[in-house]
Design a protein around this ligand. Structure first.
Ligand SMILES: Nc1nc2c(ncn2[C@@H]2O[C@H](COP(=O)(O)OP(=O)(O)OP(=O)(O)O)[C@@H](O)[C@H]2O)c(=O)[nH]1
Length: 356
């Protein structure tokens, strides 16, 4: 890390600006990239957005009412984005809907399929939607959540997953779209899988991801960290991790630790008013922010957490080779990491693009 004070920004035609709340696909000026949640009725769309973005306990989704109109919500976090929950009963390519308004400029379309239900009709509609979109908006990422897998046996779960992928891919190749940007995830609101899937969806929209990963790799190598995650604290989505294999177990440990931090800061935290005359800095690399740093032993692992700013936290997972002795080295290197983040998202650029 010491050799890496100036991180290279990957070559790109566009100025880096997602950290101002704009993702690359978003309409210049509106500042809010859009994620669309689509799928059949009762497939679980509102539950997903309530659990991930509003911390609704999964059991309480049983009482959610059917969505009858397009529900638009703005999320304010590391980046501002909109989540649109589209009721399952309409065909959005009908002339009565303003197709352009719905699909123009979206970051990703998340299609939710209820794996516990008959899914052939859902796949038919998904295929139709993908084909419609491919001709008009070929670059939209289509993310298929094979959802509610919690109630299924391991065998049934993987058979269903494979069957759905096969049916979608067959239909696409029949129409000559072998390389359509479609990805599949197994999800449930009753475990961490829904957060993991959302993390991957969001990461695809971050152009500087390779740089963030390279920085996290260097940090891990310098401090013998097993796994490092850069978390969005509010949603528990991780926006980057090092490139060593990710297992859901390490994500779960880190995500539970974030919960503890949130609970404690809800009790002891308070709002800091912005200093007079100064705009509040909400961006990556704001190391003027008060920062919480902790290191704790969890079973055979040590967990190191450092708040990067109001929205982001770095969490590292280490083995038992006395990392406590190395805490000062880790602190130092994480400080270098934070400085490098600032190079990736220079402050001048942030201020210039900060909405008034
Ligand atoms: N077992 C299980 N049930 C789930 C899961 N996610 C959602 N559900 C249940 O599925 C039912 C329907 O969820 P909703 O979120 O209302 O579905 P929706 O897709 O928004 O439905 P509409 O508003 O009618 O379009 C609720 O009873 C949820 O509790 C899951 O991961 N596992």
């Amino acid at each position: 890390m010491e050799d890496l004070p100036d991180a290279d920004t990957p070559p790109t035609d566009m100025p880096p600006r997602y950290h101002t709340g704009r993702l690359p696909n978003s309409k210049a000026g509106d500042g809010k990239p859009r994620l669309l949640l689509m799928g059949q009725r009762r497939s679980g769309k509102s539950s997903i957005s309530s659990v991930v973005f509003h911390k609704l306990p999964p059991g309480e989704t049983l009482y959610l009412e059917t969505t009858t109109h397009i529900k638009k919500e703005s999320m304010h976090s590391f980046m501002d984005f909109q989540v649109w929950d589209l009721p399952g009963q309409f065909n959005y390519f009908d002339p009565e809907f303003d197709v352009e308004n719905i699909f123009d400029e979206i970051g990703a379309l998340i299609w939710v399929i209820d794996a516990q239900d008959e899914y052939l009709e859902a796949i038919g509609r998904l295929n139709q939607t993908i084909l419609n979109l491919q001709s008009r908006y070929p670059s939209i990422n289509i993310e298929v959540f094979v959802h509610k897998v919690d109630g299924l046996s391991e065998d049934y779960k993987s058979d269903t997953f494979r069957d759905i992928i096969q049916r979608v891919q067959d239909e696409l190749s029949d129409h000559g779209y072998e390389n359509a940007p479609v990805s599949f995830y197994q999800t449930s609101i009753y475990d961490h899988s829904i957060f993991e899937a959302f993390s991957k969806v969001i990461q695809k929209l971050i152009p500087q991801l390779p740089t963030l990963e390279a920085l996290l790799n260097s940090l891990c190598a310098a401090c013998r960290i097993e796994k490092a995650y850069l978390f969005d604290i509010m949603s528990k989505i991780y926006i980057a991790t090092d490139t060593s294999p990710t297992d859901i177990g390490s994500y779960e440990i880190c995500s539970d630790y974030i919960d503890v931090v949130i609970d404690i800061s809800e009790i002891y935290g308070w709002d800091r008013p912005a200093e007079e005359g100064k705009k509040e800095l909400i961006e990556t690399g704001n190391n003027d922010a008060e920062s919480l740093i902790t290191m704790e032993r969890k079973g055979n692992n040590y967990l190191y957490l450092r708040e990067i700013n109001k929205y982001l936290a770095l969490i590292c997972l280490m083995g038992d080779d006395s990392p406590q002795d190395k805490k000062s080295i880790i602190d130092y290197n994480v400080g270098v990491f934070q400085a490098a983040l600032k190079q990736v998202f220079p402050r001048a650029d942030r201020e210039q693009l900060q909405p008034e």
